[in-house]
Design a binder for this molecule. Sequence first.
Ligand SMILES: C[S@@+](CC[C@H](N)C(=O)[O-])C[C@H]1O[C@@H](n2cnc3c(N)ncnc32)[C@H](O)[C@@H]1O
Length: 350
Amino acid sequence: MVDETRLNEFVGKVLSDLGGAFSLPLVRIGERLGIYRILHEKGAMTSGELADAASIAERYAREWLSNQAASGYLDYEASTGKFALPPEQAMVLAVPDSPVYLQGAFEIAQVMLENQTKVEPAFRTGQGVSWGDQSQCLFCAVGRFFRPAYHNMLTQSWLPALDGVVEKLEKGARVADVGCGHGFSTIIMAKAFPNSMFVGYDFHPASVEQARVHAEQDGVAANTSFEVALSKEFPGNDLDLVTFFDCLHDMGDPLGAAQHVRQSLKPDGTWMIVEPMAGDRLEDNLNPVGRLSYAASTMICVPTSLAQPGGAALGAQAGFHRLSSTIKAAGFGQVRKATETPFNMILEAR
Ligand SMILES: C[S@@+](CC[C@H](N)C(=O)[O-])C[C@H]1O[C@@H](n2cnc3c(N)ncnc32)[C@H](O)[C@@H]1O
């Protein structure tokens, strides 16, 4: 028998979800046309004022503003007809260096929708969709999504949570950043530790190219280099630190990668593994962060891993127990959670 109250609650919840889904292209337009930035920089404005400032048509500006006000993303003052981006909303939508900047996540959502045509057939065949075959610039979106956390936390709290690593980096260490994508993590570390040498490795040639461009732009070309390599094949056997940022679970053979990391490190070297925050059991992950992670995992991470030899498909919610079992199976004696955020756990393996 249908419970009316529960039915109404659920319809309300789904309406709210649909509001987010319908508004996705509007958020993307707001970012791409610089509308959020203008509202942040210039303060409250009418649709006409916004249209002038952003060089867009007033009729579109008015409809967009109305949706954003109904979404709770903008404040609307009826007496003046002005719309304002409150400072808290600006941190999420308009300030790229803010720790809670989420425009990259909206961009990932758009790519996931386009990826449906590739992933849906894979549900029947069980095959993968390789990283390089994903729609549009998934690589740009993923890089932009993770960068704010690295910018605000990597050198401030994550590396200091590792045993003795900062001291080595200050003196001069050899570091491999594996699965580096567009290289933001590599570049942030290279800027903070100019005495150390950082090599970013990734198996996706276009990402490696882009990482080189970013390193030039950020002035760290002298102590960085970027090379195409599989996580099981990157060179070296005397590294002080190997880092894996949000990529171990994407790999087809995470155990093989872990074994390779072990032989690439000096005996006192450290492996830092950053993975999405997750509990060990499904029931621990039935929350907003788990919801996002399982969606991205279904559309991106699992297909990426299944497309590689091994096809382990750990998934983006593998959890500490599963990850540490894989790491220990590769011969690491100690694995611990060094620190965590609502989105990430930072593991140290020695
Ligand atoms: C989710 S992205 C993370 C990228 C980057 N570390 C970051 O945090 O922005 C995963 C990365 O792992 C790389 N990758 C996946 N499997 C790999 C493998 N077997 N060997 C090397 N790189 C791999 C992909 O090309 C991609 O750049």
